[in-house]
Design a protein around this ligand. Structure first.
Ligand SMILES: [Zn+2]
Length: 325
């Protein structure tokens, strides 16, 4: 307190170097995980209409793309596959030569230092677009687990460094942990989509992954955005079942959830900065309404301040460029 009866907080904000000295939160390149969409075919590098700057790429472009990431200092990717063929069982998800398995193999062969995270779900591979097996209009829990385990094992066999199950079936972490262990992959960690809300922010991703449900929606397995305690129950189960990382998805509207998960559970926390959050900023920036770099850095810094250790983001390449400047 000074003689005027107030505190001088501005002392620590006076110059840029003082501000840097007391900055509590920083985004670094090691925090970033870049999502990639791999498609079947050749010579394909096609921009996703609703996600400017995000591309579908075929295997022949993969090495070049990954070397580009490595050169920028990005060390982790999460891989999504977009297959030609879809069926009711999502069989391309666990096929030995499925698009994701081939992509993982190629990345690990050409750029072994890159950490490859495999998204483990069925919705890109099923003709009905749901994340599990469907019977009489309902997504079945336990039979879907078996296919998820098969998918995870096939991804580990292909060389995935981390398995990231995202289908929100009950017991998916326990089932995958057991399956991986029995198959000899006890060293492979599970990054669980522990808290995944049924969110309107996923719209552009469904364009990118061609994974819109053909009937109904995902509210019978993804979470109600209104619920906080339910998120804690989901995270608790996943930790008990053996999850090594916890993901909260989406990020921007769920910072309160991130903070609470971080405070309650001692596992690395991952924020999934989803497609809708990306596209909204891109659209505004392309119209000149916001400063893209400033707004993206503010947003990612806020996620870290809210407790995120890692961020899955379509902005990863831009952020790495800005940090490298
Ligand atoms: Zn899914």
């Amino acid at each position: 307190m000074n003689s005027n009866g107030f505190k001088r907080h501005r002392r620590l904000r006076r110059t840029e170097s003082l501000r840097a000295l007391v900055r509590e939160t920083k985004v670094t390149k090691d925090d970033l995980i870049y999502p990639i969409f791999v498609v079947e075919g050749e010579g394909i590098k096609k921009e996703v209409a609703s996600m400017p700057g995000v591309f579908h790429i075929s295997l022949d472009y993969l090495t070049e793309e990954m070397k580009g990431l490595e050169a920028k200092g990005i060390r982790s990717v999460i891989v999504f596959g977009v297959p030609h063929e879809k069926d009711s069982q999502g069989s391309q998800a666990y096929c030995e030569h499925g698009i994701v398995q081939e992509a993982i193999r190629k990345i690990k062969k050409d750029i072994p230092a890159l950490t490859v995270i495999a998204d483990t779900c069925l919705c890109q591979y099923t003709d009905h677009g749901h994340c599990g097996l469907v019977e009489n209009g309902e997504v079945l829990n336990d039979p879907s687990l078996e296919l998820l385990v098969k998918t995870a094992i096939s991804q580990a066999e292909a060389g995935a460094d981390i398995i990231a199950p995202s289908n929100m079936m009950d017991g998916f972490v326990a089932a995958i942990r057991e399956g991986l262990d029995e198959a000899g992959y006890s060293q492979i960690p599970i990054m669980s989509y522990a808290v995944k809300y049924a969110s309107a922010f996923y719209g552009p991703f469904r364009d990118a992954a061609h994974s819109s449900p053909q009937f109904g929606d995902r509210r019978a397995y993804q979470m109600d955005p209104a619920n906080r305690l339910e998120a804690m129950r989901e995270a608790e189960s996943d930790i008990e079942e053996g999850a090594d990382f916890l993901i909260v998805k989406p990020a921007l509207s769920y910072m309160d959830i991130m903070r609470e998960v971080k405070d309650r559970f001692n596992a690395p926390l991952v924020a999934y900065n989803v497609s809708g959050e990306y596209s909204m900023i891109k659209a505004a920036a392309m119209n000149g309404w916001v400063n893209e770099q400033e707004i993206v850095m503010e947003k990612l810094t806020s996620m870290k301040r809210a407790g995120a250790d890692l961020i899955i983001t379509y902005f990863a390449k831009d952020v790495a460029d800005w940090l490298n400047e």
